[in-house]
Every structure is written in structure tokens, then in C-alpha cells.
Design a protein around this ligand. Sequence first.
Ligand code: SAH
Length: 245
Amino acid sequence: MTPVTTAVLSALAEEQRGLLERLQRPQRVNRAGREFWLGELHGTPVVLALSRIGKVAAATTTTTLIEAFGAQRLVFTGVAGGIAPGVQVGDVVVAQAFVQHDMDASPLFPRYQIPLYGRERFACDAVMSEALLAATRAGLSHLGLPATVHHGLIASGDRFVSAAEEARQLRAALSEAGHAPLAVEMEGAAVAQVCHDYAIPYAAVRTISDRADDTAHVDFPKFVTEVASRYALAIIDEFVRRMTK
Ligand code: SAH
């Protein structure tokens, strides 16, 4: 039986670094103006890639992973801004589903609905998400970083949300439409939509780097340089081990 190729997507190079160092039999392939790294983690075939930033860039990377590299499941690791009360810097959110906070084709379609899909949300794969939740808890406690792990909706859009008032409004508008998100970032919903199109299972984990508020521009880079890579490696290492058992 041919082993399933697992794609591991990160948004930022800082998050990917640890995984790249761990990659066995690494082989670099350039495609679509991006670098893809083929290899193995714990004997499992993987392809590592950077989504780049924003929905379109993430959609291109995801499509390439599926079409050119034969990825059969996708897992995303990245950072996000916490916007629900109680979702703090250093917490981790495993996505249950994604919504695009900047999708608005009203009045032709209801606010947040993706035109022609008849839906506002794309759900993550339940089995993979359970494995990712377990891997997150185990991976972080091995590291001595027992973090609060949340599971729920994440909102994506082409904006770095960095003002408390904006974060409040964004969350209030989404909540009113029945889509109260835990966190905000810039890629996840695009990856979810492409995976839906190809019927590829997808799971995503985001570590909270900032609160999408007036200090987000300070908290975000500090978190990314200091901790994001260690979190991503600990979680994905454990996840791949669980998926191959
Ligand atoms: N590479 C640049 C910009 C990163 S943009 C830099 O290093 O400065 C922020 C990235 O982190 C995106 O990939 C996004 O998904 C995530 N992110 C973290 N906090 C966010 C926030 N408050 N709002 C939107 N995206 C956020």
C-alpha cells in the first residue's frame, strides 16, 4: 500500500524551521514560486510548505500541494490573534471550522456566505482534529509548556487585526450572524475551502501570539521569534507519530 502523503503547512518560516531541521531525507522542489520540502518525519512521507500570508497565497499553496505533490491530508500550524474572551497569548486553538470575516456579497448572498457554496463555514476533519487536539496536549506537556487548548471556530481574512475596537466589532458582527470565533488569522479559511473542493481532510492548530488589540504589533513578532517554532515542532512531531501508528 502506498503511504499517505501528509502536507504540513505553516504560515511563517519561523514556524517551519524546527520541522525542517527534523525532516529526514529532505528534498527541495520549487513550484509556483514556492519551496516545497519532501521527506519523512518518523518514517512517514510528508511535504512541508509555507502558505505565505493571506487567503489567495494560502489557496495557491494548498492547490499545489494537492495537485503537484499528491497531498492526501493537510495539517496547518500557525499563530493567530485571540478574540474571544479567555483566549490568551500562549493558549492554543484547534479549529473545528473556518469562516471568512471579510466575505460580504450581500445583499446578493447572506453576509459571510461563500457565493455558490451556500455556506458560511468549512468544517475541519473530525478524526484528524481529535488527533491534533490530543497531539497538542501531549506535545506541549512533554515540552513543559502545558497550555490551555481550545477547540472551536476560527475567522480568517486579509487583515492583520491590531486594534481592540476593530477586534470587538469583528467578533460582535460575526457573533450576531451565529459565528462567534475564538481567534482571527489570515489563511485558514482559504485552505479549508480548497480542501473541501478536493475532498481532502484538513485540520489546523493556531497558537495565540497576540490578542488582535492595540499591542498586537508588539506581541506578534515577539511571540513568533521566541516560541512559535517550538510549539509547532512539538505539536506536529506528536501528531505525525499518532497518525502513523
Ligand atoms: N511576516 C510578517 C507579517 C505576518 S502577518 C511579519 O512577520 O511581521 C501575521 C500572520 O500571523 C498571518 O499569517 C496571520 O495568519 C497570523 N496572525 C497572527 N495574529 C494575527 C492577527 N491579530 N490578525 C490577523 N492575523 C494574525
